[in-house]
Design a protein around this ligand. Structure first.
Ligand code: GLA
Length: 394
């Protein structure tokens, strides 16, 4: 849905549900990661950009300590209620757990929030697509809280960190910082080169000459993602422990070069754990090299690194799935595709590709047909430009 339409219906429906009066409107985007996958909890680099798709929300402060949440597109019409002194994860609270988690994270940080709020949201990120609808919701709520309750000491990086805290400690998906960071800090036309070990970051224009970023949604919902994600995190921790038994100076896998890894991989006891670590180390180096290539205007090299990233996620990290592998291989064999890989946590969701403008239509046609034929599923395509990070809409 177009953003103007969403904004209009949010305003009207908010008044219908919560009555007339002041209201403030905010937006936080989803993200797509270009390269540097499963590196953000290993002290490595990531290179995501914000989308123009995301979550919109309207908020108004209440006089009591209640929080009321409703959405126009998930369980539309249902109003979820909780109260500030009593915030806990409840399965039946569904998506509002992410929002409650952000209030909880603020309170945990020592921010004083004694009045509740009425909140209505509406998003246009396809559910389960791996384009970070949950991070966009967290960052949306985080920014709303900051603005509504006047926490001037909280900056946008803090908003991202509070969202990550909500997701890992309140919801229980032990994620890294990439998604929330991209949603909070995104910039139009730019991707963010983030060092997750220091949170130092740099913007790099995604100037792709005569090409565009195309996201292809496999429409396989990434349901395994949460449990397998936490397993991968533990495997990486295990690999690091084995390495540290030999060379204790390595504090993260992200500090290692490929040569370090080759020297030390024999110390990793389990074979599959060794492969997880090989991905984490190699992917971080690929992300660094890819950004350098982009800055040097070598888009072809960027594309080759994207392809290598997919292979490593498929074979070593084992977070892809047959549908994503098929989409990537269709892309690789298509004239005009510069690079293509799965993006995000994996087990479904999307691929991201860089495709020459004059080849995009042909790619879409071919992939829709072949994908439907093989899996009986409709692939969806989004040709995107990097969007702005979370902001208030005045
Ligand atoms: C999910 C997590 C991120 C990141 C990616 C994989 O999106 O939320 O923190 O780890 O997976 O790169």
């Amino acid at each position: 849905m177009m953003s103007e339409k969403i904004i209009e219906s949010l305003k009207t429906e908010f008044i219908k549900t919560f009555g007339d009066g002041d209201m403030r409107l905010f937006f936080a985007p989803g993200r797509v990661n270009m390269i540097g996958e499963h590196t953000d909890y290993n002290g490595g680099h990531v290179f995501p950009c914000a989308l123009t798709l995301g979550t919109y929300g309207v908020i108004r402060k209440r006089e009591d300590d209640k929080l009321k949440f409703t959405s126009l597109n998930i369980q539309a019409g249902k109003v979820y209620e909780s109260s500030l002194p009593d915030l806990k994860y409840e399965k039946e609270d569904d998506w509002t757990n992410y929002a409650k988690g952000v209030f909880w994270a603020y309170l945990r940080k020592g921010c004083k929030i004694d009045k509740g709020a009425d909140i209505m949201i509406s998003g246009n990120i396809p559910a389960g697509s791996g384009l970070s609808s949950s991070a966009s919701l967290e960052v949306l709520i985080g920014l709303m809280i900051r603005e509504l309750y006047g926490f001037d000491n909280i900056d946008m990086v803090d908003v991202a960190l509070l969202g990550q805290k909500a997701e890992s400690e309140f919801v229980g998906m032990n994620c890294g910082i990439m998604d929330q960071f991209a949603s909070a800090m995104g910039k139009e036309g730019q991707a963010i080169f983030l060092d997750t070990s220091t949170l130092e970051y740099d913007y790099a224009p995604l100037e792709l000459k005569d090409a565009h970023i195309v996201i292809t949604n496999s429409n396989v919902k990434h349901e395994l993602a949460s449990s397998e994600y936490n397993t991968r995190r533990n495997e990486c921790r295990e690999a690091l422990k084995d390495i540290q038994a030999v060379e204790p100076e390595f504090k993260t896998l992200g500090e290692m070069t490929n040569e370090d890894f080759e020297r030390l991989k024999g110390s990793i006891k389990e074979e599959n754990v060794m492969r997880r670590a090989r991905h984490a180390v190699g992917e971080n180096i690929r992300a660094i090299d890819a950004v350098e290539a982009l800055k040097a205007n070598d888009i072809e090299k960027f594309g080759r690194l994207m392809n290598a990233s997919h292979v490593s996620l498929r074979d070593d990290y084992e977070v892809s799935c047959p549908e994503l592998d098929y989409l990537a291989s269709l892309a690789w064999e298509t004239e005009g595709v510069i690079g293509s890989r799965m993006t995000g946590g994996g087990f479904g969701g999307c691929t991201v590709s860089i495709i020459k403008n004059d080849a995009i239509d042909g790619y879409k046609k071919k992939v829709s047909e072949k994908y439907k034929e093989k899996y009986g599923l409709d692939a969806e395509f989004y040709v995107i430009d990097p969007g702005e990070g979370a902001h208030e809409i005045k």
